[in-house]
Design a protein around this ligand. Structure first.
Ligand SMILES: [Zn+2]
Length: 461
């Protein structure tokens, strides 16, 4: 019987389990994740789960230990092997299993790794993850002898993605997997689509030799931007380390952020389903919410965090949701989880069905100036409190405040956001305005609020 186990408290996070291999995350932890999740699955009446892994060098050993924990708890495992996180979700949503675990460090440095969990087609997060820690500490695991079965689902997954492609004219597309776990699926998908395809960094390599697989960092998009221009492509598509986030470059080599290409994705959905609810997170540009309304959809602003967005989406029966970070969720025609490869298929379908280029669509979007997402350190005990103080002061002053996640304050010139990160001891801010001078005024407003709460504003404020 397995013994009680205590995790390093930093690895049980809001949306996943994640740590630095050999420092905060060891094989013993993987075994305990398996044993405690196994207890949860059994308690929910389940017997069998799918397990997948990304291409990190530490993933095979962590997966092996995870399987020991699961099978020792009497859970049968369907091993789907190396691939992106959405491939594991695909298994968890379409095969006769009661959940799934993905061994992945997502877009984090090569020596990081962790687990994303699904129970009965729902994200397993927040208090659920904390509970795994309690079960492990109590040592009250279920005991049994589960079986391990191998099932390669890569081809079936790619076929499912390609099934929803509806293009009329061939496109030239540059793709960059950043040597992440989406590489092989990306290669197989591109081969199934018409047009000309330039593949970059499609070989899965956990050392990430070309650049880091995180498309939210402009420096990681440089190689793709160069390829789009040099090869005269219509667009470029990048994936993060585990393929649940997408990055997009237009034919002029410009990066489109999540809240920009969401306008393109939303337009197709609202045309088919007038009045459809489209969800975006609080970091997204006001432009996105305004445009969704203008096209006849119902914009809904929701909390940042892929697990929270997925849950809200199911509750509201929204056909599409997206985060500025590039997590895109399709329930229209798909399963409602974040799958960057599926989002790519839908974006390509839209572009290949019409005559307007992505660059022209970008040029037609309203012009606003905004900061990127700014993250700056805060003392842990002041993190939530300071945001509360700012909210109270603003409400007393009669400001227009959204309290969905932190504070998002809107006025005639633009808006600013201040929220506490769920995953790090940082505050997150973003400011957007109609022009540069308004941006300056809004930044000063935010800086003044931070100062009143004794917090140093981010650099440049
Ligand atoms: Zn990811």
């Amino acid at each position: 019987m397995a013994r009680p186990h205590s995790f390093d408290p930093t690895i049980l996070r809001e949306y996943d389990i994640r740590g630095v291999v050999g420092q905060t995350l060891h094989e013993d932890d993987a075994r305990a994740v398996g044993a405690s999740f196994g207890a949860v699955v059994a308690e929910a009446g389940g017997k069998r789960i799918a397990v997948g892994r990304d291409g990190r060098l530490s993933s095979p050993k962590l997966e092996a230990a995870l399987l020991e924990g699961l099978t020792g708890a009497g859970i049968d495992v369907l091993r789907v092997g190396l691939g992106p996180t959405p491939m594991l979700y695909f298994a968890a949503y379409t095969l006769p299993v009661d959940g799934g675990i993905m061994v992945t460090g997502s877009h984090n440095p090569p020596d990081h790794n962790g687990f994303k969990l699904v129970l009965k087609k729902k994200s397993f997060f927040g208090a659920d993850i904390q509970r795994l820690g309690q079960i492990a500490a109590s040592g009250k695991f279920s005991v049994g002898q589960g079986k391990v079965e191998e099932k390669n689902i890569l081809e079936a997954y790619v076929a499912r993605l390609a099934q929803d492609y509806r293009g009329k004219r061939p496109l030239a597309v540059a793709w960059d997997a950043g040597n992440g776990a989406a590489g092989e699926a990306m290669k197989l998908l591109a081969a199934r689509l018409p047009g000309r395809h330039i593949l970059l960094n499609e070989v899965i390599d956990g050392r990430f030799p070309a650049h880091h697989p995180d498309p939210t960092e402009p420096k990681n998009m440089k190689q793709l931007q160069d390829a789009v221009l040099a090869q005269k492509c219509d667009l470029g598509i990048a994936f993060d380390g585990d393929g649940d986030r997408i990055g997009v470059v237009d034919g002029k080599g410009r990066i489109l952020w999540g809240d920009q290409f969401m306008i393109v994705l939303a337009r197709e959905i609202v045309a088919k389903q007038p009045g459809a609810t489209i969800i975006a997170d609080v970091k997204a540009s006001q432009t996105l919410f305004d445009e969704i309304g203008r096209m006849g959809g119902k914009p809904l602003m929701w909390k940042t965090g892929h697990s929270l967005i997925k849950a809200k989406m199911a509750e509201m029966k929204a056909p599409l949701a997206g985060e500025m970070s590039g997590h895109i969720f399709y329930a229209d025609g798909y399963y409602g989880y974040d799958d960057a490869l599926y989002a790519a298929v839908r974006l390509l379908s839209i572009l290949a069905s019409g005559n307007e280029s992505l660059a022209d669509m970008r040029d037609r979007m309203p012009n606003v100036v905004n900061t990127p997402e700014l993250r700056f350190p805060v003392a842990p005990e002041r993190k939530f409190k300071s945001v509360e103080e700012v909210r109270e002061r603003l409400k007393r002053a009669g400001a227009e405040v959204s309290e969905v996640d932190g504070v998002r304050v809107k006025n005639a010139e633009g808006w600013w956001l201040l929220r506490a990160s769920n995953t790090q001891d940082v505050l997150v801010a973003r400011v957007e305005a109609k022009d540069e001078s308004a941006l300056k005024r809004l930044k000063a407003e935010l800086a003044a609020q931070l100062q009143q709460s004794g917090i140093a504003p981010p650099p440049g404020f």
